[in-house]
Design a protein. Structure first.
Length: 371
């Protein structure tokens, strides 16, 4: 079926489950930013609280779909089937749209028809208990400078397109199949990787477009609910899964940096492959890539740029809160094996060892560098 596309218009798609209070605040912030022809579509994922009533209280500009509980990915995909506007902003049910955000993002795609999506920064906000009020922190998630390393390599290490950071063409989202329903967590990261590997994108200028609400509410679908304290471990589990599914099979060219010389291109790419694995706390995969770097480029000593990448590699992934490779004795034993291979191996091991904790600190889990 061919669906009529309303050019230049946006649908804010809000999948939601058991978040009636947060949803009202979310929709209030969305409604004041809608332009003529823009829409809101709420997909109620089997909520048993007042979610449906809250959504319907906003009148005809908020359409509501009811579906059995299947999780965020399934609810989002159901919503995608009903969107007729050119643009879609998948928005979390407890976040808040900032002034001018929809127009700023739509303007980026209006001006550059070759883009599949655009990406914006966000500001963190705390949900204050027991009132549920939202308190702005002033802390802004900054998108990394993509010029030195390209757009893909930083994304392999961490998701700078998290939550509602992606504003996309509806056709692109449909072409990618929407969100992957296998991913109870990290579904946005999975989508971001697939999108960035197949479509050009741009960064939205002039700061954050939304407030990212941090709270202690339960998460996940009915079949797999979990507490806020457990969310980082969930992220790690699914991020490791998507590493092996999407990142690991990529050719070395995907890990190259645009500014690297011909002589150093492969060495840098293999170091970046190791960093991608280390960022997901995958020791064996990281060490395999480092061994490849040393054995395949035996005449290329690390320069200052690569040493910087190696020095911080052992402390990547600290955001999961479960420790890092620098705290694993086995990692350092393997680094010593790399050191013995050749002069390049010794130089790589020296750079990695900048992040090594002193022996007295292993038990305390305190790092010398990286946090």
């Amino acid at each position: 079926m061919t669906m009529h596309v309303e050019a230049g218009r946006t649908t804010v798609l809000v999948p939601t489950f058991q978040r009636a209070a947060g949803l009202r605040r979310c929709l209030e912030s969305v409604m004041v930013e809608l332009d003529d022809g823009d829409r809101v579509l709420v997909v109620n994922d089997g909520s048993t609280d007042d979610t449906s009533a809250v959504a319907r209280s906003f009148g005809s500009r908020v359409s509501v779909l009811e579906c059995p509980n299947g999780g965020k990915s399934a609810a989002t995909n159901i919503g995608l089937e009903h969107i007729t506007t050119e643009y879609c902003w998948v928005f979390d049910d407890d976040d808040v749209v900032l002034k001018g955000a929809i127009a700023r993002q739509a303007n980026v795609l209006n001006q550059r028809p070759e883009l599949g999506f655009c990406v914006s920064a966000w500001e963190f906000a705390d949900v204050v208990e027991p009132t549920g009020a939202l308190r702005r922190t002033g802390a802004v998630f900054q998108i990394p400078d993509l010029a030195p390393r390209g757009a893909l390599v930083p994304l392999f290490e961490s998701n700078y397109v998290g939550g509602a950071a992606m504003f996309a063409r509806t056709d692109m989202l449909r072409s990618l199949g929407g969100l992957d329903v296998r991913y109870a967590r990290s579904c946005d990261y999975h989508l971001a990787l697939r999108a960035a590997l197949t479509h050009p994108f741009a960064i939205v200028p002039n700061g954050p477009t939304f407030l990212y609400a941090q709270h202690n509410f339960q998460r996940g679908p009915l079949t797999e609910r979990f507490s806020a304290d457990f969310r980082r471990r969930k992220w790690l589990k699914f991020d490791q899964w998507l590493y092996f599914e999407i990142i690991a099979p990529l050719p070395d060219e995907a890990f190259e940096e645009p500014g690297a010389s011909e002589a150093r291109r492969t060495a840098i790419a293999l170091t970046n492959r190791a960093r991608a694995a280390a960022s997901k706390l995958l020791r064996h995969a990281a060490l395999d890539a480092l061994l490849q770097r040393v054995s395949r480029c035996p005449d290329v000593l690390p320069d200052a740029r690569e040493r910087t990448l190696l020095e911080t590699l052992p402390v990547l992934g600290h955001w999961y809160g479960t420790g890092v490779l620098a705290q694993e004795r086995a990692f350092w034993r393997d680094v010593q094996e790399i050191r013995r291979l050749n002069n390049v191996g010794a130089a790589v091991a020296d750079a990695l060892s900048v992040a090594r904790p002193s022996p007295l600190r292993y038990g305390l889990g305190v790092l010398v560098k990286g946090y």
